[in-house]
Write a protein that binds this ligand. Sequence first.
Ligand SMILES: [Zn+2]
Ligand SMILES: [Zn+2]
Length: 95
Amino acid sequence: MDLLHSGGDGGGFEHCALCGALAAGPCARCGRPTCGDCCVLTEGGVGVWAVCTRCNRRGGKSLRAGWGAALTWIIVPILALALLVFAIEWAFGGK
Ligand SMILES: [Zn+2]
Ligand SMILES: [Zn+2]
């Protein structure tokens, strides 16, 4: 069964990396194709992401860390912008 390795295109359909069924879409984390039964929908703030169950198990505990990183990425630009606005107001309006 080395068809996947040596064979060319298998009709254009990707198969689930976990169970081998017809894949519905790629996992948002590892990029592997997953079917509807092997993926979990996760709300990631911007939208809904399909994450395979393997990544979901792995990221179960690190999901909070991910949220912390996401919050950092949101807060840091806001703080930078606030500092910029403060600096501009202080430079031009502070007489
Ligand atoms: Zn599957
Ligand atoms: Zn995955």
